[in-house]
Design a binder for this molecule. Structure first.
Ligand code: ADP
Ligand code: MG
Length: 234
């Protein structure tokens, strides 16, 4: 992939997490999943968040994306603080500004590939001709143009993950958050997937933060961030 080194990174900060902590439970059995994490995501950059299992990657991504609330610290998207935003504000934000790719794909099994990508646009009220144009373009971009009518269970694991990425990009988010998108793929598919994410991010000028426990994925990043036991290490 030649696009991988053509970074679209700018100095503008799209997302900033500051002094984030997250403690699950309390007292003697408390787990300190995040212990004071500060991270900036710049417009157009691809960050790879690396760390072993249990280091806090999912916790951090969920908090950055407004799916979970930190025990302390703040998250800002552009100039808005999303920690403390109301649930309806968060719904709008997730609908229009953020795209999520989940570990288990989270596709709707009764919908076709095309309908899965189209769904977030329907919810956002995008008109039908525009929906069809965007869906067609996205399915082609992830190599699924010939699979539009198939349901998720009729696709391979790699194809399902590519569909998840197309769906995450449906509403043209500023920031793509992907939690171990290569975790359930074999190593060849994992490399292909990471190259695809890098190409999509750089072609569209989207910022992305992608977690992995696979050290080889760092090759595709504009920047790598390491997490250990709830703390970033440099
Ligand atoms: P990673 O994604 O890097 O594997 P996680 O963010 O899932 O790490 O987990 C970080 C730590 O927090 C781990 O010790 C995990 O067991 C703990 N943890 C995660 N989610 C919960 C939860 N809902 N309740 C209690 N502990 C949790
Ligand atoms: Mg995880």
């Amino acid at each position: 992939m030649t696009t991988q080194k053509m970074t679209t990174r700018t100095d503008a900060v799209v997302l900033r997490g500051e002094n984030l902590t997250r403690t699950y439970g309390s007292g003697a059995t408390a787990t300190h999943a995040l212990r004071g994490v500060t991270v900036d995501v710049h417009a157009g950059e691809l960050i790879v968040l690396r760390g072993p299992s249990g280091s806090g990657k999912t916790t951090l991504l969920n908090i950055l994306g407004g799916l979970d609330v930190p025990t302390s610290g703040t998250v800002r998207l552009d100039d808005r603080e999303i920690t403390g935003a109301s649930e309806s504000e968060l719904v709008e934000l997730r609908r229009h500004e953020l795209g999520f790719v989940f570990q288990g794909f989270a596709l709707l099994p009764v919908l076709s590939a095309l309908e899965n990508v189209e769904l977030p646009m329907r919810i956002a009220g995008v008109a039908a001709p525009e929906r069809l144009a965007r869906t067609t373009e996205l399915l082609a971009a992830v190599g699924l143009a010939d699979h539009a009518a198939q349901r998720p269970d009729e696709l391979s694991g790699g194809q399902q993950q590519r569909l998840g990425i197309a769906r995450a990009l449906a509403n043209e988010p500023k920031l793509l958050i992907a939690d171990e998108p290569t975790g359930q793929l074999d190593s060849t598919n994992a490399e292909t997937m990471m190259a695809l994410i890098a190409a999509l991010v750089h072609d569209r000028g989207v910022a992305a933060i992608v977690s992995t426990h696979d050290p080889r994925m760092a090759a595709y990043a504009d920047r790598t961030v390491e997490i250990r036991d709830g703390l970033l290490t440099d």
